[in-house]
Design a protein around this ligand. Structure first.
Ligand SMILES: [Zn+2]
Length: 414
């Protein structure tokens, strides 16, 4: 059997014929291909087809395909240009690769499948491509898979910001509370960032939205009030507890700073090491942290009081209580925070008081971003994995691949 016949039968590309195969024993196997419908030139971005080439130029393109027994396989083809009424002058589309890709669709699907399941170095080592290139592949796969039907009949959404690539680089993410998937994201974290979401989904899709949960920052509240005035603004219990946890951490830090100035340094060390014992949920403590906590209880004082305040707020939300009871307890909690005399808690109490309506809306609807723990963990893993990507778009694409309404399939499982 001839090598071209063999490859045509093995690779099974539709609408594409392998005409010659070259291999010098060292580099990649190079297969020259031709499209079977050679006279029809299609736009890579839309269904437009024409027989008229834009000019007489033939440009050579190559695409890396899945390896042949460990040796890279490269497809080579001469392509023409055409003028699409919508997209202008473009290089003709090929059925086996996405627009602007240097890899075949099968190769990219393999990378997309792998990247949500394996760590960064495994993906790079296995596919022998740079991590940056992985980002660009994720973007292309996601762009092809996502369509606007995911914005239809939305009812209850969560909006949150996450940092990516060290500090001060933020992404705003929208999740669907009903499906626990990420629907949309964009770089930035201000009101204008969230405005883009509402512009994209349009007024008709906005109408069905009944509730949007968020933290207490002004930006998202402003955008939802403006763009979806009928939707209830829900202040996420997860973020309320987080405020109290931050207040506790501030008290602990101040305590530690003071202790550091004392001659007995062992005392200071103790308060440096107790950070996690204080901030973690009691159910998740290690034996050591548990012992630290017991010691702190015996010591008593302001730090222990701060700990109890944080824990009591967490428990208010953790229990399956009636809305009225929860709201009454939060109000009492705010009084206790003010009465504590500890500045960080007094501030938290005042902040919560300013958002009672939003907290009520979240509690009565039983909405919390913290409930999607699996989703949040996945997002965290993906953001860590995306370090080294060149753009927020690539990071977002990776998040959408893993947490969005996107199905990744291996090329041989179609
Ligand atoms: Zn077009």
């Amino acid at each position: 059997m001839r090598a071209t016949t063999l490859l045509n039968r093995v690779l099974k590309f539709s609408g594409t014929n392998i005409t010659t195969v070259e291999f010098d024993g060292q580099g990649p196997v190079i297969a020259t291909v031709k499209l079977t419908a050679r006279k029809k030139l299609s736009c890579p971005h839309c269904p437009f087809i024409t027989k008229a080439a834009y000019d007489t130029r033939w440009a050579e393109s190559t695409w890396r395909h899945l390896d042949l027994g460990g040796t890279p396989l490269v497809l080579k083809m001469l392509r023409r240009r055409l003028r699409c009424p919508e997209h202008g002058v473009v290089v003709q589309a090929v059925p086996f690769a996405r627009p602007n890709a240097r890899f075949t669709r099968d190769f990219e699907d393999l990378v997309a499948w792998l990247v949500t399941r394996a760590d960064k170095s495994s993906v790079s080592a296995f596919t022998r491509i740079a991590w940056r290139t992985v980002g660009a592949i994720c973007e292309r796969v996601v762009e092809e898979q996502l369509d606007d039907t995911r914005f239809e009949n939305l009812v209850s959404l969560g909006v949150d910001e996450i940092s990516w690539k060290k500090h001060h680089n933020y992404l705003t993410l929208i999740s669907d509370h009903e499906t626990s998937t990420i629907l949309w994201g964009a770089a930035g974290k201000n009101a204008a960032t969230l405005d883009k979401f509402f512009t994209e989904i349009g007024p008709e899709n906005t109408q069905s939205i009944e509730a949007v949960s968020m933290d207490m920052g002004a930006a998202f509240i402003k955008s939802v009030t403006k763009n979806a005035p009928d939707a209830a603004i829900c202040i996420d219990p997860f973020h309320c507890v987080q405020l109290a946890t931050n207040a506790l951490d501030a008290v602990r830090r101040a305590f530690w700073q003071k202790a550091r100035e004392l001659p007995d340094q062992a005392f200071a060390k103790k308060y440096k090491g107790n950070r996690w014992a204080l901030l973690k949920n009691p159910g998740k403590l290690t034996d050591m942290q548990d012992a630290t906590l017991k010691q702190m209880e015996e010591d008593g004082g302001e730090l222990w009081e701060a700990y109890l305040l944080k824990e009591s707020l967490r428990e208010v939300f953790a229990g399956d209580l009636e809305t009225e009871d929860v709201m009454g307890m939060i109000s009492q909690w705010c009084d206790a925070a003010t009465a504590s005399g500890m500045a960080p808690f007094m501030k938290t109490g005042a902040t919560l008081r300013g958002h009672m309506e939003g907290i009520y809306q979240a509690v009565t609807r039983k909405i919390s971003n913290g409930k999607h723990e699996g989703l949040n963990n996945k997002i965290r893993t993906m953001t860590r994995r995306s370090y080294g990507f060149h753009s927020p778009e690539a990071t977002l694409a990776l998040i959408m691949l893993a947490c969005g309404p996107v199905t990744t399939r291996l090329p041989y499982h179609k």
